[in-house]
Design a protein around this ligand. Structure first.
Ligand code: ZN
Length: 370
């Protein structure tokens, strides 16, 4: 799973002389047909290399990177993730693989810098959900993002001593059953908090029987108590589709509430926030380092201008880049580039649902630090 620092590191990775191959693939549809996505990957890479039209030497190097990516897909990748993001540049010493919890559109980019935009939405912690389903003996942990659930067997497997609780005799187990359950719940609670510190999420959803949920809630860290978004009446042994259906409902309600709150703060109804809306004011605030949270509307395109040289963004009609004075070009959609600028300036990025009124202000705004 991705964290913000990894993306910032990639953003800052810039090679003077070598190409970086950035490769994204959604693999959900081919889960049962491995060969199909191998073929698809091969075609994508071939096409991207052909279109890049590189000199022979550079082409050879990129082909070697493409070979490494294909080899990974064929030999090492086991299809548990829903998407893959890979960044490769043999000569620049770059090789990174991210297994994504959500599907991503296929994309292959050859450039001097890694192409990280598709991963930016995934670092919006406010939209990441942790779903923990717990009973008296077992626990399962899932991450959820945008309606997709991803079971994290890696999390419970790494808890030291997790599997060393066997060997209870039946009598002893009976005597100590409550003690055993309490220690189990405590360990699950600790693991969830460790997971929070490791990867971050904006909401916690607790699943289980009503009794266990109540007990579990009492022992989780007070920070986690504050971000509980809802509960699920499911069993740890439930079918994953049943858990998903219940979790999606909680997510949909929480997302609607969050969108309304952020948009409300942005549209000026709260005196506790300093805000701007519209492309022009938002870009200025970003460049001045005043943005705490950049807010974009889901799937809304923002017409503007982009500096191909430094990545600076401006409004339509701008003639030169305010950052580097180079010629700036019209773009049908600069929303992704705004998100990159925000991450570069250490700001958070939030996406809200349409319908908040922000659409009318170019579909962009920001909550400011000052
Ligand atoms: Zn520029």
């Amino acid at each position: 799973m991705i964290n913000r620092k990894q993306i910032v590191d990639l953003l800052h990775f810039r090679s003077e002389s070598d190409n970086v191959l950035s490769f994204y693939m959604g693999i959900g549809v081919y889960r049962s047909n491995r060969k199909a996505y191998e073929i698809e990957a091969k075609d994508m890479l071939k096409q991207a290399i052909a279109e890049a039209d590189l000199p022979a030497d550079a082409r050879k190097l990129v082909e070697a990177d493409a070979g490494r990516i294909l080899n990974f897909i064929t030999m090492e990748f086991r299809g548990r993730a829903k998407g893959l993001a890979m960044f490769a540049s043999g000569p620049a010493g770059l090789w990174q693989v991210f297994r994504l919890p959500v599907s991503v559109p296929n994309r292959c980019v050859i450039a001097r810098t890694p192409f990280v935009v598709p991963m930016l939405k995934m670092v919006d912690e406010g939209r990441r959900y942790c779903v923990v389903v717990v009973d008296k003996e077992k626990a399962r942990l899932f991450t959820m993002y945008n309606g997709e659930l991803f079971e994290r067997t890696d999390i419970f497997d790494v808890v030291p001593g997790w599997h060393k609780q066997g060997g209870w005799s039946q009598a002893r187990f009976q005597r100590h059953i409550e003690d055993h359950v309490n220690r189990h719940l405590k360990r699950v609670a600790d693991t969830v908090f460790e997971f929070y510190k490791l990867e971050g999420f904006g909401h916690l959803v607790i699943g289980g029987s009503q009794e266990i949920r109540a007990r579990f809630y009492r022992i989780i860290h007070s920070y986690l108590q504050r971000i509980v978004a809802g509960s699920l009446t499911v069993e740890a042994t439930s079918n994953v589709n049943d858990i998903l259906a219940a979790a999606r409902k909680v997510e949909a309600e929480a997302e609607q509430k969050r969108s309304t709150e952020i948009a409300g703060a942005l549209m000026g109804s709260s005196p506790s926030y300093i805000t701007v809306t519209g492309l022009k004011e938002t870009v200025r605030a970003l460049e001045e380092g005043r943005v705490h949270t950049l807010v974009l509307v889901d799937n809304q395109e923002i017409e503007g201008c982009l500096c191909g040289d430094c990545g600076g963004v401006d409004i339509l009609g701008a003639e030169e880049c305010t950052r580097c004075s180079k010629t700036i070009e019209k773009m049908g959609d600069v929303s992704e580039h705004l998100a990159v600028l925000a991450v570069e300036h250490d700001a958070e990025v939030n996406y809200v649902k349409p319908g908040s009124g922000l659409e009318k202000a170019d579909g962009v705004g920001a909550i400011l630090r000052w």
